[in-house]
Design a protein around this ligand. Structure first.
Ligand SMILES: Nc1ncnc2c1ncn2[C@@H]1O[C@H](COP(=O)(O)OP(=O)(O)OP(=O)(O)O)[C@@H](O)[C@H]1O
Length: 210
């Protein structure tokens, strides 16, 4: 996949991230090595989604740098983004082809999708859709999973399947950065974003006049 462990590390260095033109978090730095998981914590509205979107390249950082991201990242967000008029198998095959990764069987099995394989994605329940959305991660072949509240709509059995999938991914040298409020039973580092809350803009502008 990559040349060395150093190449496969995801780094955020002194990041400032914003939503709607307003800085949300500032001074965020972390290192995520292959085989490791990092869980973002913080109350609602604290900026976890904004940070994940920035790391995933969906929006630019206002300041600071991200290294080791780009095409290494597979991102799964709140919206499942499935093709409702394609079957479960067709959805996974489509994504496998987009990412050049041939095998969907492992992902189907890992997320217990075999009995649903011929169902249209649009007809699935919320939890089944979420399972399919997460299975997609496995057919990207990408080493860094960035996950925003991945367990929403999942029942306990499906949460366990997801935790197993993440464990397997880490064991294969992948890594995972995720915002989740639940304990997945994984060995993971934790980054509480609360201390990185950005100062109100007015206060920053005032300093320019001191
Ligand atoms: N499109 C937007 N335009 C303006 N502000 C936004 C937008 N989306 C989110 N925000 C604001 O940005 C801040 C950070 O939101 P964000 O979604 O990153 O938080 P979060 O920690 O992921 O929250 P939660 O735990 O509720 O998912 C919040 O104050 C939120 O209201």
């Amino acid at each position: 996949m990559e040349n060395s462990d150093t190449d496969r590390t995801l780094r955020a260095d002194d990041l400032t991230v914003a939503r709607g033109g307003v800085a949300v978090l500032e001074g965020v730095s972390f290192v995520l090595d292959p085989g490791r998981a990092l869980v973002l914590r913080g109350p609602n509205g604290s900026g976890k989604t904004t940070l994940l979107r920035t790391i995933a390249g969906l929006q630019p950082a206002t300041a600071g740098a991200v290294e080791g991201a780009g095409e290494r990242i597979a991102y799964a967000a709140h919206a499942d983004g499935l093709k409702s008029m394609l079957t479960v198998t067709e959805n996974l095959t489509f994504w496998a082809q987009v990412f050049g990764f041939a095998d969907i069987a492992g992902a189907m099995a890992a997320f217990d999708l075999l009995s649903l394989q011929d169902r249209l994605a649009g007809s699935l329940s919320a939890g089944q859709k979420r399972r399919l959305g997460l299975a997609r991660l496995m057919v990207t072949g990408r080493p860094v999973w960035v996950l925003d509240e991945p367990t929403v709509s999942l029942d306990a059995a499906s949460v366990a399947l997801f935790a197993d999938a993440v464990r397997g991914h880490l064991a294969r040298g992948g890594s995972a950065l995720m915002a989740t409020h639940i304990d997945l039973g994984l060995e993971a580092d934790v980054l509480d974003v609360t201390p990185f809350k950005a100062k109100p803009r007015a206060a920053v502008e005032d300093e320019a006049f001191l």
